[in-house]
Write a protein that binds this ligand. Structure first.
Ligand SMILES: O=c1ccn([C@@H]2O[C@H](COP(=O)(O)O)[C@@H](O)[C@H]2O)c(=O)[nH]1
Length: 311
């Protein structure tokens, strides 16, 4: 199962964190933008080429110490088809480097359309009998609020191509409680969605006790992380909201099991923009600053965890 590979990457690097590649042009160093704009003009192509260099340089610098990346599709779609090409190249390059790739797309629709999304992001597209990889991520974030009709097509692709999904359960944003904390009988909406993840995952169990159906639970809600960890023993958590959104290492430690596994913590702006925060960091050293931030974040998180081990 896909999350077995993610877990093995985490154990190998002893790092339960993922770098979010959400590359707004503002985050890209000036020298890269100048170079690309000179060649391609201030065009979507120029922007997409700049972002590609930014991403590739970061991946080159962190792939040996970081198990995964999480590109957020919106930041690529913003630059049109050229941006989407950069998303594809980023996914493929990170995989070549041995990283696990989770595309943050938060996709959902009715069954037939969901089949198309599932094929695009996790499966192979049939082009006149030839099966072609459209994006090729290892996992996709999805919204489960259309129920099983929206999830079953994804599970088909997970089984067929060894992929995973992360379903939104308790999101990190401030207003997440407006709907997610409401009660359905004696259970919150988020806990109900969490239980559905356990159910959906039954058929796609991995060898380390976690299924291919994960849950997104925000770093900004440590109590809910603890509650969900206890209630969902087979559900692997993607935990966004560390750093820039105020989540901290002690809080996210609640997402983990007794082996220091069961969760991966995301930081996007914290890593991409590390060079802007460091004193006297030359922008040419942006990827080195990203590496330093990955190491700092890892040490911060594991200081609250037992040793990460498969036994
Ligand atoms: O509940 C959620 C679900 C997804 N996200 C995404 O994670 C990153 C967070 O970025 P930071 O810069 O580290 O804050 C971003 O891609 C969000 O779309 C989330 O934050 N919360």
């Amino acid at each position: 199962m896909a999350f077995d590979r993610l877990i093995e990457n985490i154990v190998k690097t002893q790092n339960p964190s993922v770098v979010g590649l959400d590359p707004k042009l503002d985050y890209v160093p000036e020298y890269i933008k100048e170079k690309k704009f000179k060649k391609y003009g201030k065009t979507l192509k120029g922007a997409a080429k700049a972002i590609w260099e930014f991403n590739k340089t970061i991946i080159d610098e962190i792939h040996d110490i970081c198990p995964a990346i999480k590109p957020q599709a919106a930041y690529y779609e913003m630059y049109g088809y050229e941006g989407v090409k950069t998303l594809y190249k980023t996914i493929q390059y990170a995989k070549e480097k041995g990283m696990f790739v989770m595309t943050d797309g938060k996709r959902n629709d009715i069954g037939a359309t969901m089949e198309a999304y599932a094929t695009a992001h996790l499966g192979l597209t049939d082009v006149g009998g030839e099966l072609v990889e459209a994006f090729g991520a290892d996992a996709l974030t999805v919204n489960g609020y259309l129920g099983s009709d929206g999830i079953n097509p994804l599970l088909d692709q997970c089984r067929k191509y060894d992929k995973g999904i992360f379903v939104l359960v308790k999101t990190s944003n401030k207003s997440s409680g407006e709907l997610q904390d409401l009660m359905i009988g004696n259970k919150t909406v988020y806990a109900t969605m969490g239980s559905m993840c356990e159910l959906w995952g039954k058929d796609v169990m991995g060898k380390y006790g976690y299924s291919g159906v994960g849950a997104v639970v925000g770093a900004t809600y440590p109590e809910q992380l603890a509650e969900m960890r206890k209630a969902l023993p087979h559900t692997f958590f993607l935990v966004p909201g560390y750093g820039a959104q105020g989540g901290g290492a002690e809080g996210v430690s609640k997402a983990f099991d007794d082996h220091g596994l069961g969760a991966i913590v995301n930081s996007s702006r914290g890593v991409m923009c590390a060079y802007k925060k460091e004193d006297n960091c030359d922008e040419h050293d942006f990827a080195k600053a990203a590496r330093r931030e990955v190491i700092r974040m890892k040490e911060d998180i594991i200081s609250y965890l037992p040793k990460i081990t498969l036994e």
